[in-house]
Every structure is written in C-alpha cells, then in structure tokens.
Write a protein that binds this ligand. Structure first.
Ligand code: FAD
Ligand code: NAP
Length: 241
C-alpha cells in the first residue's frame, strides 16, 4: 500500500493575509492526523519535476479533518498560478503528513525564526500549545519568535501574535522588516540581526532553535548558532527553497 495515499479535499475558504499571501482552508474527505510542524503535499498537475508542492500546515492539529495552509503566490509558479484562480468548492488532493520539524517535548525554551510563510508551522505549534495550556494538558513553556519579512505589506498575523503575547505566560515576538517604508519607526533589519542581538555572548544559549523559510536565512542562522556554541542537535530547520 502507498505510504501516503492521496486524500481528496474541498476548498472551503480563502482569506487574504498580506501582499500575495493567503490562508486557504480545506475540508478533507478523511482526517489527516498530523503533528504541528509537519507538512502536506498538494497535487499540482502542471508542476515539474513532480506534480505536487509541499506546504507546512498552518492550522491547529486539533482539527485533523481540516487543513489551513498559508501560501505566498509567486509570479509564474505552477502551484501559485493554480491557486491564484482558486474558488471555494474546488477539489484538491493532498498526501501526508510528512516531516520531522516538530517541537521537542522536553519543555525547554524555544526560539522560532521565520521568514515569510515560514511562520506557518509555528502558528500550528503555538495554536496547539495555547489550546492545551488552557486545558492544563501541558506545562507553561518559554517561546520567542523572530519574524522576518521585507516590509509592512508583507506583514501578517500580528493580531494573533499580540493576543498570544498578552495571554500566554512567556511568549514574546519581534517583527523584523528588512526594507520598511519611511514611516516605519521601529528598528529595521533582517531576522538574523535581531536574533544575534538577542543571544548572549560567551554563554551557549539555552533551549531549542527552529528555523523555517528561505535557504540563505537558514544557512546564516545555523552558522550564527554554531558560532554562539549551540549544539547542532538543538537546531531544527525546514527549508522552503
Ligand atoms: C517542506 C516545505 C514546506 C513548505 N511550506 C510552504 C508554506 O507553508 N507556504 C508557502 O507559501 N510555501 C511553502 N513551501 C514552498 C512551496 O512548496 C512552493 O515551492 C511554493 O509555493 C512555490 O511553488 P510554485 O509551484 O508556485 O512555484 P515553482 O513553479 O516551484 O517556482 C517558484 C520558484 O521560486 C522558488 N520559491 C519557492 N518558494 C518560494 C518563496 N516562498 N519565495 C521565493 N521563492 C520561492 C522555488 O525554488 C522555484 O525556483 C514549502 C516548501 C517545502 C519544501
Ligand atoms: N515581497 C516583495 O515585495 C516582493 C516583490 C516582488 C517579488 N517578490 C518575490 O517574491 C518571492 C518571495 O519574497 P519574500 O520577500 O516574501 O521572501 P524572501 O525573499 O524570502 O524574504 C523574506 C525575508 O527574508 C530575508 N532574507 C533573505 N535572505 C536572508 C538571509 N540570508 N538572512 C536573513 N534574512 C534573509 C529578506 O531580507 P531582504 O529584504 O534583505 O532580502 C526578507 O526580510 C521572491 O521570489 C521575491 O523576489 C517579493
């Protein structure tokens, strides 16, 4: 039997999040039980070299019958052009869940680093954590998020992040705009600079580091963490491209 048999799905909702970035919700024909941080493959018949594309699940794994995917549409991309004309009620097909980019269950502090839609797996992890914390199923844990995008037009999810910053016992986040408009009054710069400034010098920082998004950011962050003495086993990454 195929390890990940295709699962039919119906597109039920599309929400615009930021420039070219949308949240697509799908109702699955059967649940795909997944762990927060995992991804699914969406069938894209026109895509090469394989007729599918991978997407981290954005939605809470507590609802395995639905999938929420946060996707940035790229000019001329096979999946992007398919999704640009997507309508509620359209049929899709997914395989999964795949991947090992999931939270270590040792309760240690966690630092998340994201560029763009690389925030999707962290949304799933934090949504699950917030839900389970309210039910007293998990203990409080320290989370820090560094979220990098180019400018204000690419920024999204800040309402949810602000709510979590208020409601969760030890969650903090920093938005890093690399090319903000002239009206941006907070500091500008890449996520790598914000993380470097937050890390102690001379003492290896505690906890786990999760990196998700573009490849160059991941490579630079891995080098920074190695330089600051972080054990490789505590550095987890998911490279989108
Ligand atoms: C494990 C995994 C999880 C992923 N999760 C997500 C997700 O949650 N949301 C999401 O939007 N994308 C995600 N991606 C990227 C996604 O799989 C596709 O590559 C992306 O949607 C472009 O596909 P496309 O068919 O439209 O473009 P393609 O026809 O593949 O062409 C796009 C080109 O741009 C590059 N590229 C891919 N993604 C980006 C990007 N975001 N910015 C700039 N260049 C890019 C590719 O290398 C390729 O050369 C993930 C990738 C992986 C491997
Ligand atoms: N967002 C736009 O305005 C825009 C417009 C036209 C086309 N596009 C295209 O859309 C695609 C996605 O663009 P995107 O802006 O969403 O994603 P992106 O190019 O991955 O950039 C997201 C963030 O990652 C940063 N980054 C890039 N390399 C890094 C590194 N080595 N270390 C640390 N941070 C790094 C970027 O900073 P920098 O800004 O310093 O690179 C930016 O803040 C690209 O193909 C892009 O060319 C985007």
């Amino acid at each position: 039997m195929e390890r990940f048999p295709p699962c039919a799905a119906t597109l039920t909702r599309i929400d615009a999040l930021a420039r070219d970035t949308f949240l697509y919700r799908f109702e699955l024909e059967r649940p795909i039980p997944f762990r927060a941080g995992q991804f699914v493959n969406m069938a894209v018949p026109t895509a090469k070299p394989r007729p599918e594309r991978s997407y981290s699940v954005f939605s809470d794994p507590g609802q395995p019958g639905t999938l929420g995917l946060c996707i940035k549409l790229l000019e001329g991309g096979a999946a992007s052009e398919m999704l640009r004309v997507a309508k509620v009620g359209d049929a899709y097909s997914f395989r999964g869940p795949m991947g090992v980019f999931t939270l270590a269950d040792d309760g240690e502090p966690v630092s998340f680093v994201a560029t763009g839609t690389g925030i999707a797996p962290y949304h799933a992890m934090l949504a699950e954590y917030a839900r389970r914390l309210a039910l007293k199923e998990v203990a409080p844990r320290t989370f820090r998020l560094y979220f990098g995008v180019r400018d204000e037009g690419d920024l999204f999810l800040t309402d949810t992040l602000d709510r979590w910053a208020k409601e969760l016992p030890d969650f903090g986040y920093e938005v890093c705009l690399s090319r903000p408009s002239a009206s941006w009054t907070r500091p500008a710069g890449r996520v790598t600079a914000a993380l470097a400034a937050a890390l102690p010098v001379g003492v290896p920082p505690a906890g786990h580091f999760y990196l998700c998004g573009n490849g160059p950011m991941i490579e630079e962050t891995k080098a920074l963490l190695a330089e600051r003495g972080v054990d490789r086993k505590r550095v987890h990454y998911e490279k989108y491209y």
